[in-house]
Design a protein around this ligand. Sequence first.
Ligand code: KIV
Ligand code: ZN
Length: 559
Amino acid sequence: MTERIMIFDTTLRDGEQSPGAAMGVAEKLEIAKMLEQLGVDIIEAGFPISSPGDFQAVQTIAKEIRNCVICALTRARTEDIDVAAAALAKAQRPRIHTGLGVSDIHLKYKLHMSREEALEAGVRAVKYAKRFVEDVQYYVEDAGRADPEYLFQVLEAVIDAGATVVNIPDTTGYTTPEEWGGLIRAIRERVPNIDKAVISVHCHNDLGMATANTLAGIRNGARQVEVTVNGIGERAGNASLEEVVMAIHTRRDLFDFTTSINTKLIYPISRLVSDLTGFVIPPNKAIVGSNAFAHSSGIHQDGMLKHRSTYEIINPEDIGVPVSEIVLSARSGRHALRHRLQELGYTLSEQEFERVYQRFLEVADKKPVVDDRDLEAIVSGETWPFMFETYELARLQVICGTNVMPTATVCLQSVDGKEICHTATGVGPIDATYKAIDAIVGEKVELVEFTVQAITEGIDAMGKVTTRIKAELPVNGGDEKVTRYFMGRGADLDIVTASAKAYLFALNRMLAAKQQTRNARKEAAEQIKQTLDQMQATHGSAHVNDYWGIGVMREEELK
Ligand code: KIV
Ligand code: ZN
């Protein structure tokens, strides 16, 4: 019988560790919902002890998503496991993912532990996690550079302690496919109790080999793969979900396996993740890049016209690339727009649809044909900002050109309906606009990224702007601050308006996060306390911990 490869998606955990990704709870939930529709088996929703926001995201996803295993990452420490267990309390199928480094480099420089100490700590962590959940996954960090003999010992010990899945990460993306496949094979041959656990592979892309290594892992016995949408993740990223899944589907002759993925949702989820993280997909990105199915040279076009199979190994429709039959214009009504948006994979609430429709009419008024790329830009610009809207752009006027001082007058409407206007000058129209917005909003932020893309060809192209701001947010109600990044985006036929919207979007998210951080902290502490109380009632043992400055008291240190 054809075996199934389990798809473990870590877009919301390792993917979120990409510098500047910084998604909030609402965005993470939106991605989790689409991952569920896509059919992934496991969603790694976050690293709950890392911040109250991460805790809240895992907790929300655990409550809302019922058809996937929901996994939370921890270090091999009791306090991390407590917090993960509390965040997963409402999950239908919870999994705790704990672990420790195994390479001598990690043991010596990061952990300051001997091999024996690390092995014992790993075993203790698995046993402790088993008190909360049945399904415990253990990661052996930096396995790609570890002594295999020690690695085998650790795996045997943690499986004996109850690990149901063993995750073998090539943390630094150091290995080659032959080496990696050989290591997975050796694990199967040399770890005596390996049949009691699933082998998972987690490959990073530092040398561009994450997908190839993951596939080598499968061919040598891995039955779970850890991937992210668009391959986002620490440094050069992780193995990309779309590449691994489509390699299995396309090369059935080499990979006699199935996955539960509905490939038709690959393209829509790729766009969603790009929109919500602000990470633009390179045009030549395998599977989902805008050029992945474009044929520009004469010879290729000639071949394609004779038969698609000459230059195309994947049918774009199989991954959900929209093939447009309806032309949308100023005469198109709500019905046609709704239909096209559904075909593109968008599920919008009534409120979101109405905003998209109003923007569509404005764009269609100025452009004879509104194509799919315009629609994607409109949806990405309109479906998110209102969730965080403290300020809305009411009006904007700029004066610029040669021999004039660029000047912008911006009017923002605040949540209480008041309109506040300010005029500022700058080195250019966008600088002047941002200065005027800063004067109204009155928050100290640093603009760290500003990108403009023309979405369609021609002089009437829609412009899409992505901004990223850096802010210091207060924590613990005192002077302590954390640095956080907020992404914003805006689309418009007018590039200055798109820029103003993108900046305001980021600022609104920052203002919402400031409020949320305060509440998240209190709510998370309460949830952790409840979980620990239950734990104490069952096991009669507990210890004292301090979570993000909020003491959740437990009585004794666990042995
Ligand atoms: O790359 C890595 O080693 C990881 C582990 C935490 C699983 O992401
Ligand atoms: Zn990783």
